[in-house]
Every structure is written in structure tokens, then in C-alpha cells.
Design a protein around this ligand. Structure first.
Ligand SMILES: [Zn+2]
Length: 230
């Protein structure tokens, strides 16, 4: 769901195939190669071209693509996420689609969005409100869960977060887990679960909290729209 940049450093060339369609569940994990003849039969637009040495190919979010080397070839690809409303919406849609398909998202969108609120000044009001509504719902959900656990007398241990620590994902449903982690120790390993999966497992979990709710409220309060001066 991110923009992709591919640079060919090869002496020979690479073969590019691009198709634009909503992600198929089979395209979310593993690798597969399309049967090209089938695509036009289903009215799926296909662009096929050769990338030569030194050429850069710029691919929009949501475009499924394959690259095949025509010989000895060095090819570098970057996934980039320019901070724009369009990119954010595409990334969020893909993140939700991954959840439905029980596929782990490469980008932990909730953690990313809180980091954006801390570090980026936005001057596009559409983009700002997209980010803000996501933060508000994330805060409401985590606040509700923490209050619910406290009311139920379930102890929550403070865990915090180390700088550069990667975002946790649920060991069962593969969803990103934000703030409240349900942890099981298994053969010396710590396995993280989300609240929903943990509730259905009838096991005794250690519950850890990574963010202070007041700190999240402060981040949201400080997150404002910076309209350019006219
Ligand atoms: Zn889960």
C-alpha cells in the first residue's frame, strides 16, 4: 500500500508487469505469478514494459507488480510513504484489508500514526483530520480497555517502551497490538496476544501497558493543524 520506487542498476534489463486492482487475498502473503492471458479476459488492466539500466520506475500505492530479470541484474526497490492524505488513506485501507484476511501488516499503522502526531507538523487539513480521527478512536479504545481491566480487578503491569522497539503483533490473529499487551510465557518465549484473542483463550495472561493514557491525551491535545501563513 506504499509507493514503490525501483531502480535498475543492471547491464541488462528487467521486465515489469503492473496491474491495478484491489488486493487479492492470495496476493497478501507468499509469492505468485499471474497467468497473463487471464488478466485481459477479466478486464484487468495490465501494463508491461522493460526497465533499462539507470531507469527509475515509480509505482503508485495499491498497484500489484512483478519484476523479472532478463539476465544478470541488480535491482533496488524502496517502499516510501510520503506524508499525504492519499497515501495515508491507501495505507489505512490496506491495513484494514490485511486485518480481514488475517495477514500481518508490514506497517504498524496505529504506532506510526501516534509517531506522526508527535513528530510531523501537518498543514493539509484533510490529512490532519484523517490522522486526528484515527488517534481519537485509538485513544478511546485503549482507554476503554484499561478502565475495563481495572474495574475487573485484573492487574496491569507497567512495561513502557524502549526507543526503537518494534510494534507488537498478536500471535494468533496477526493484528497490531497497541498499548495493552496480553502476554503468555511459552518455552522461555513471550508471546503477545490482543485483547480479543486473549479473551477467547481461557488462560492466565500477564497484562502489560506500554503508554500512559495521560501522555497519549497530551499528544492528541498538542497535535494541531499548521495552516500555511498567507
Ligand atoms: Zn489477536
Amino acid at each position: 500500500s506504499f509507493l514503490s520506487l525501483s531502480l535498475s542498476l543492471s547491464l541488462l534489463s528487467c521486465h515489469f508487469i503492473l496491474i491495478s486492482l484491489s488486493p487479492l487475498s492470495s496476493s497478501l502473503a507468499g509469492s505468485w505469478w499471474p497467468v497473463l492471458e487471464e488478466l485481459p479476459q477479466h478486464n484487468i488492466p495490465v501494463y508491461r514494459f522493460t526497465q533499462y539500466r539507470g531507469e527509475v520506475v515509480f509505482i503508485n500505492p495499491g498497484t500489484i507488480h512483478w519484476v523479472q530479470a532478463n539476465g544478470v541484474c541488480n535491482n533496488i526497490a524502496w517502499n516510501t510513504g510520503p506524508p499525504t492524505a492519499h497515501q495515508f488513506r491507501m495505507a489505512w485501507e490496506r491495513y484494514q484489508w490485511n486485518k480481514l484476511q488475517k495477514v500481518r501488516s508490514i506497517v504498524p499503522m496505529v504506532h506510526l500514526t501516534w509517531n506522526m502526531a508527535r513528530r510531523i507538523r501537518l498543514n493539509d487539513s484533510h490529512f490532519y483530520w484523517q490522522v486526528r480521527s484515527l488517534l481519537e478512536s485509538s485513544l478511546a479504545q485503549t482507554n476503554l480497555l484499561v478502565s475495563h481491566l481495572k474495574k475487573a480487578g485484573i492487574p496491569i503491569l507497567w512495561h513502557g517502551r524502549l526507543a526503537g522497539e518494534s510494534a507488537p503483533y498478536c500471535n494468533d490473529c496477526a493484528e497490531e497490538v497497541f498499548n495493552v499487551l496480553f502476554v503468555l510465557s511459552h518455552r522461555g518465549e513471550y508471546l503477545v496476544y490482543c485483547h480479543r484473542c486473549a479473551s477467547s483463550m481461557r488462560k492466565t495472561f500477564t497484562v502489560l501497558q506500554q503508554y500512559d493514557i495521560e501522555e497519549l491525551k497530551d499528544i492528541l491535545a498538542m497535535f494541531s493543524l499548521h495552516l500555511p501563513e498567507t
